[in-house]
Design a protein around this ligand. Structure first.
Ligand SMILES: [Zn+2]
Length: 259
């Protein structure tokens, strides 16, 4: 069983991909299920995401998004968010730190985070580098160390640091090590396939994370498709996950997302 915990569809300039295209990529990698993210950055509202994945309920699971600084279509009402979380149409909320200038413990997120806690679903934070094609993105907000503030203030909220916080791997790992409610996904390290150099670099990143956390049992496999190709990503992670393979490839995702 393989679950890809981090994929995108979109209808904008940054990403133009449909659910059908995602499914074709998942088939190429023999991936069973995927978490699919909404987001202003990809011109994909929560409503558009739900409509797109609705015919594929057994394989595609929705991750909503909230942009506290964004236009109204990306600031869903609490009532809508609660309806989606309660019904299981959405299994988490992604917040695009860095791409949008706010911190994880920004008060405007709290009502949504309390909903996530109520339904025992995770908050996912973009962490680490930001693509500079996105105008106005600011790195400091995406530093994983800021997740510690929220993780310690809401210890019962499950949190996922996306991209292992790269390049601030040690900081992200330390936040996971200190806070039992914090996980990390390993997505988005390469454009397309891994070059031999990138394979080595990724292995180093993985080992650093493992060294600081004394385990890799809280990592989730994620590709960040269509940024990274799914099949080579699985091959690279499979070599590194070792005894935690089941946790990395599906058990953590099953538990966190309830799928
Ligand atoms: Zn992503």
């Amino acid at each position: 069983m393989i679950i890809d915990a981090h994929t995108h569809i979109g209808f904008g300039k940054a990403i133009t991909k449909s659910a059908k295209q995602l499914l074709a990529e998942l088939d190429r990698g023999h991936v069973d299920k995927a978490m699919v993210f909404a987001g202003a950055i990809n011109a994909c509202t929560n409503e558009a995401l739900l409509k797109e994945i609705a015919p594929h309920k057994k394989r595609l699971f929705g991750v909503g998004s909230v942009s506290p600084n964004g236009p109204k279509s990306y600031r869903p009402s609490l009532a809508s968010m609660e309806r989606w979380l309660k019904s299981g149409e959405l299994r988490a909320i992604k917040f695009y730190l860095g791409y949008e200038p706010f911190y994880p413990n920004d008060n405007r997120l709290r009502p949504y985070l309390r909903l996530l806690q109520k339904y025992d679903r995770p908050a996912i934070f973009h962490s680490g580098d930001v693509y500079n094609v996105v105008k106005g993105a600011k790195l400091k907000y995406a530093h994983a160390l800021h997740v510690d503030d929220l993780a310690s203030e809401m210890p019962d909220l499950k949190i996922i640091i996306a991209h292992l916080g790269s390049p601030w791997i040690i900081d992200a790992a330390q936040v996971c090590y200190k806070n039992e409610n914090v996980y990390a996904d390993c997505s988005g390290f390469v454009y397309g396939d891994f070059t031999p150099v990138k394979r080595k670099e990724f292995a180093w990143v993985w080992k650093e994370f493992e060294r600081v956390t004394e385990s890799n049992g809280r990592i989730l496999f994620g590709s960040d498709w269509p940024i990274s190709d799914v099949r080579p990503y699985i091959e690279v992670v499979r070599k590194l996950a070792g005894r935690h393979s089941a946790a990395v490839f599906h058990k953590n995702a099953e538990k966190l997302f309830g799928i």
